[in-house]
Design a protein around this ligand. Structure first.
Ligand code: ADP
Ligand code: ZN
Length: 740
C-alpha cells in the first residue's frame, strides 16, 4: 500500500456509464507504465458485481478515495486514445451544460460496438474491378440476367474499382449478382483500394442562381474560421445545391464534412445525391445500420478515410480527422433534440463544436426555428436567404376550406373530394396529411357513454382495425377489439373520430380504381417498406398518398400537385407554447411537398376556424411574418428564446411520492433562490399518468442563462441529498422543446 501511494500518477480517473455525475478513481497496477495511458482510451474496470467500460479522462497522483478502497483497473482496451482532446472537451462541456452524468454522455458519443469493447479497427473491405472482358462486353449481352446487366452497366458507367460497401449501397442482395459476373470472368477481385480521386466531381454542378451564388460566396469566403449561418430557403429553393457547392470547396481543401439530418429516411436520398456529385468516400450513420457499419463509418471519419458523413442526431459526436464544415439540414426539426436519457440538442451542441473546431456551420430550413431567427437578430447567426424556388418550379397556392356546417365523409369535405378528382383526372398525385394513425382515436358506447381508456395512462385506446386491436399510443398496451360494451353489455361500441386507417378505407370506396398508399408508423414498420413506398411514389405508381407527419419531412415528390391537411384544427389549441411554432412549420413543410417540379401546386387546409390568427398570418403573409409575430409574443411573455428553461420531470408508481419530493425540493431551494429565476410548479404533467407512472413536473425559468444553470447545480445537489428522491425517478431537460 505504502509504496503504491508514493508512485507518481497512478490513479486513473474514468468516466463510467452510470447515472452518477462524477468520475471514478481506479488504481493502475504496477505493471502498467503510467505514461502509456492517455486520456480518451477505453478502460475496463470492475464496477459493483460486474465490469464496465469507461473512458479514461486523466491520470492523477492522488485520489480522495482512501487507498484501501481503490480497485485496480482490469484492462486497457486501446493502444491509442479513441477520442481526441477536442472531443473530450466538447463532451465535458455537454455534461456540464445539460447537467447529465458524464459517463452517460461519453457513452452516447461512442458507437455501440466500441461501448461493448470491440477493437477500434475498420473491418477490412474487399475490392472488385472489371476485367478487360468486362470493360469491353456490351451489357446488352446480359439482357436475360437483369441484375447482372444492371451491375455491369453501373460498373462501366461509374467505377473502375468498387468496395463491398459500395456494392452494398448499390443493392442489398449484391453477392449473387457479383458472383454471376465473376463466374463469367467479367469482374475480378482487386487488392488495391480505389486510387485517390483525381477528379473531385462526378457530375458538374448546376449553375447557381443569384441568391445561391451569393450564399455560396459568403460562406466560402471564410472557410477556415468559425462562423454560423442560417440558410433560410423555401422548400425547393435549392438549399441542397448550396450545400453541395460549399462542400465542394471544403473537399478541395482536403477537409471533411459532417451533415446532420433529423430523420433516417432522408439519408438515402441525400446520400445518393452526394455520391452522384462527389468522387469521395461518403459514409452514413443512423439507427437502421448494423453496429459494425456504424463503427466503420465512425472510424473512417476519424482516420480520414471518408470525406463526408451523413447522419442523424448522435452522428454529431463522430470525430473528424480534418474537420471542415458542419451542415444541419431542417434545423427546426425537434428530432434534433434527444427526448430521453441524455437530452441534448444536436443543433446547439453542433454550434459549440463548430466554434471549438474553428469551422463554419450551416443551418438550413424553410421554416427556421424561433431560436435561430432570434440568433440572427442578435448577430449570432448570419442570415442567407433563398426566396424563390430554384429552376422552373413555382410556389404553391394556399386555400382554407371552411368546413363548418359542411357535410363530411370521414373527414373529407365535398370540396376536397372534388379537388382530388380533378387532380387525379390530370394524372397528377394527391397528398393527404392527417397526423393521427389508427382507425379512430376513441371507442365509445352509444348506449351508456362508456369510453375505452388505457388502464395505465390518462389516454383513450385507439382503434386499429387492420389487426383488430385497441392500442394505447402512449405505453404500447394492446388488447383485442371487442364490440360489446364492458360496462352495459350493449353491442353499441362505436368508433368516434378518424385516423389514417379510416380515411384510407373511405378513399378506397371513393376512388376504387386508384392506387392509395398510406404512410404511417403502422404501415412502414417492416424494414424496407418505407423505402419501397417512396420509390413507388416517385415512379408515379401511386395516385393518392395519405400519411402522418412522416410526410412532412423533406421528401421529394415531384408529381404531387395537390396537398391537403385534413384537420389543421387539432394543432391550434395546445397548452404548450411551442405548439404554434410546430404547427406553422408543419403546415409549410407539408405544403412544400406540392408542385416541386414544373407543375404548380395547390394546398388546401380544412378547418373549423378559418379566422384563427395563426392560420390567417401563415396563409396571407407566409412563415417569416408568422415567426415575427410569434417572436414578439414570446418576448412579451418572457418565454424562450427570450428566457431559458429547464424542466424537471418526476415520476413514481403512486401519486404521492412525486408531489412530496418536489415540494421538499422546492422548500430546500427556496432560501437561496435568486430573484431572477422563476419556479413554476410543482404541477401534474400534461399527461399525469403514463404507463402506470404518476408524473409531476417543475419548470425553472430565467432571463439569465447563468443564473438558471447555477440554480440547476444546486438543484442536483439537493436532489442527491433528499431521502424522498429514492422513491421517485427524475430527469432534467435543459432547453426543453416540449413541455409534455
Ligand atoms: P431544397 O434543398 O431547398 O429543397 P434542392 O437543392 O433540392 O432544394 O433543389 C430543388 C430542385 O431545384 C432540385 O431538383 C434541384 O436540382 C433544382 N435546382 C437547384 N438549384 C438549381 C439551379 N441553380 N438551377 C436549376 N435547378 C436547380
Ligand atoms: Zn397506455
Amino acid at each position: 500500500m505504502a509504496d503504491n501511494a508514493q508512485t507518481p500518477a497512478s490513479i486513473a480517473r474514468i468516466a463510467i456509464p452510470v447515472p452518477l455525475n462524477r468520475l471514478f478513481d481506479y488504481r493502475l497496477p504496477s505493471e502498467f507504465e503510467p505514461s502509456t495511458l492517455k486520456p480518451g482510451m477505453r478502460i475496463r474496470v470492475p464496477f459493483g458485481r460486474t465490469h464496465k467500460i469507461g473512458i479514461l479522462l486523466a491520470v492523477e497522483k492522488d485520489s480522495d478515495i482512501p487507498a484501501h478502497r481503490l480497485k485496480d483497473i482490469a484492462e486497457i482496451l486501446d493502444r491509442q486514445p479513441i477520442l481526441s482532446h477536442q472531443h473530450i472537451r466538447l463532451l465535458k462541456w455537454a455534461s456540464r451544460y445539460y447537467h447529465h452524468p458524464i459517463g452517460e454522455v461519453f457513452q452516447t458519443a461512442l458507437p455501440l460496438a466500441l461501448r461493448k469493447g470491440k477493437p477500434a479497427k475498420i473491418s477490412s473491405e474487399k475490392y472488385y474491378r472489371l476485367t478487360e472482358a468486362g470493360q469491353n462486353t456490351a451489357p446488352e449481352t446480359l439482357k436475360r440476367a437483369k441484375r447482372q446487366h444492371a451491375l455491369l452497366c453501373w460498373l462501366q458507367q461509374n467505377k473502375a474499382i468498387v468496395s463491398t460497401q459500395q456494392l452494398r449501397d448499390w443493392h442489398s442482395n449484391w453477392r449473387p449478382v457479383l458472383k454471376g459476373l465473376i463466374d463469367k470472368q467479367l469482374v475480378e477481385a482487386s487488392a488495391t483500394p480505389p486510387a485517390s480521386n483525381k477528379h473531385l466531381l462526378n457530375q458538374t454542378a448546376l449553375k447557381p442562381n443569384a441568391e445561391q451564388q451569393y450564399a455560396i460566396d459568403r460562406i466560402c469566403q471564410k472557410l477556415d474560421a468559425f462562423q454560423a449561418y442560417l440558410l433560410e430557403g423555401v422548400t425547393g429553393s435549392g438549399k441542397t445545391e448550396v450545400y453541395l457547392q460549399v462542400i465542394e470547396q471544403v473537399l478541395k481543401q482536403q477537409r471533411q464534412v459532417l451533415v446532420l439530418l433529423p430523420e433516417i429516411t432522408l439519408t438515402p436520398q441525400l446520400e445518393q445525391r452526394f455520391r452522384q456529385r462527389f468522387n469521395v468516400p461518403v459514409v452514413s450513420s443512423h439507427s437502421r445500420m448494423s453496429d459494425n457499419e456504424r463503427l466503420n463509418a465512425w472510424l473512417k471519419m476519424r482516420s480520414g478515410d471518408a470525406a463526408i458523413l451523413l447522419g442523424t442526431r448522435s452522428a454529431l459526436f463522430t470525430p473528424l480527422k480534418n474537420p471542415g464544415l458542419i451542415i444541419l439540414d431542417e434545423e427546426h426539426d425537434s428530432a434534433f433534440k434527444q427526448q430521453e436519457g441524455f437530452r441534448f440538442s444536436s443543433r446547439d451542441v453542433a454550434l459549440v463544436q463548430a466554434r471549438n473546431l474553428s469551422i463554419p456551420i450551416l443551418l438550413g430550413s424553410a421554416t427556421p426555428s424561433l431560436e435561430s431567427l432570434y440568433n440572427v437578430r442578435r448577430g449570432r447567426l448570419q442570415l442567407l436567404t433563398l426566396p424563390a424556388r430554384a429552376g422552373s418550379a413555382q410556389k404553391p397556392s394556399f386555400q382554407l376550406l371552411d368546413v363548418r356546417n359542411k357535410k363530411m365523409q370521414d373527414g373529407l369535405s365535398a370540396m376536397l373530394v372534388h379537388e382530388i378528382e380533378q387532380t387525379l383526372a390530370k394524372q397528377e398525385q394527391v397528398l393527404l396529411f392527417l397526423n393521427r394513425r389508427g382507425f379512430a382515436p376513441v371507442q365509445m358506447c352509444h348506449s351508456c357513454g362508456y369510453v375505452s381508456r388505457c388502464q395505465r395512462c390518462d389516454a383513450n385506446m385507439v382503434i386499429h382495425f387492420s389487426d383488430n386491436t385497441l392500442r394505447c399510443h402512449h405505453c404500447g398496451r394492446e388488447q383485442a377489439l371487442n364490440m360489446t360494451c364492458p360496462a352495459c353489455k350493449a353491442a353499441q361500441l362505436q368508433a368516434i373520430g378518424r385516423g389514417t386507417e379510416r380515411v384510407e378505407q373511405t378513399l378506397k370506396q371513393l376512388f376504387p380504381d386508384k392506387t392509395i398508399i398510406r404512410l404511417d408508423r403502422d404501415s412502414t414498420q417492416r424494414k424496407g417498406t418505407l423505402e419501397n413506398y417512396l420509390s413507388q411514389i416517385n415512379q408515379g405508381q401511386a395516385d393518392i398518398i395519405l400519411g402522418t407527419q412522416m410526410l412532412a419531412k423533406g421528401h421529394h415528390f415531384p408529381n404531387v400537385t395537390l396537398v391537403a391537411i385534413l384537420d389543421v384544427d387539432s394543432g391550434l389549441f395546445s397548452i404548450d407554447f411551442h405548439s404554434a411554432e410546430k404547427m406553422a412549420q408543419m403546415i409549410i413543410q407539408v405544403a412544400g411537398r406540392a408542385g416541386r417540379a414544373e407543375k404548380p401546386g395547390k394546398v388546401l387546409l380544412q378547418t373549423h376556424h378559418p379566422d384563427h390568427p395563426l392560420l390567417v398570418t401563415i396563409l396571407k403573409q407566409g412563415y417569416p411574418a408568422f415567426a415575427e409575430a410569434a417572436l414578439s409574443e414570446r418576448q412579451q411573455a418572457g418565454l424562450p428564446p427570450y428566457s431559458f428553461q429547464a424542466l424537471l420531470r418526476v415520476q413514481a408508481g403512486n401519486t404521492h411520492a412525486p408531489q412530496h419530493f418536489l415540494h421538499e425540493l422546492v422548500d430546500r431551494l427556496r432560501p437561496d433562490m435568486p430573484d431572477d429565476v422563476l419556479i413554476l410548479g410543482p404541477v401534474p404533467a400534461p399527461m399525469a399518468r403514463k404507463a402506470g407512472q404518476f408524473r409531476y413536473q417543475l419548470l425553472l425559468q430565467s432571463a439569465q442563462r447563468k443564473a438558471l444553470h447555477k440554480l440547476l447545480d444546486t438543484l442536483i445537489l439537493s436532489i442527491e441529498s433528499l431521502k424522498s428522491a429514492h422513491k421517485i425517478r427524475w430527469s432534467l431537460d435543459v432547453d426543453p422543446v416540449s413541455l409534455y
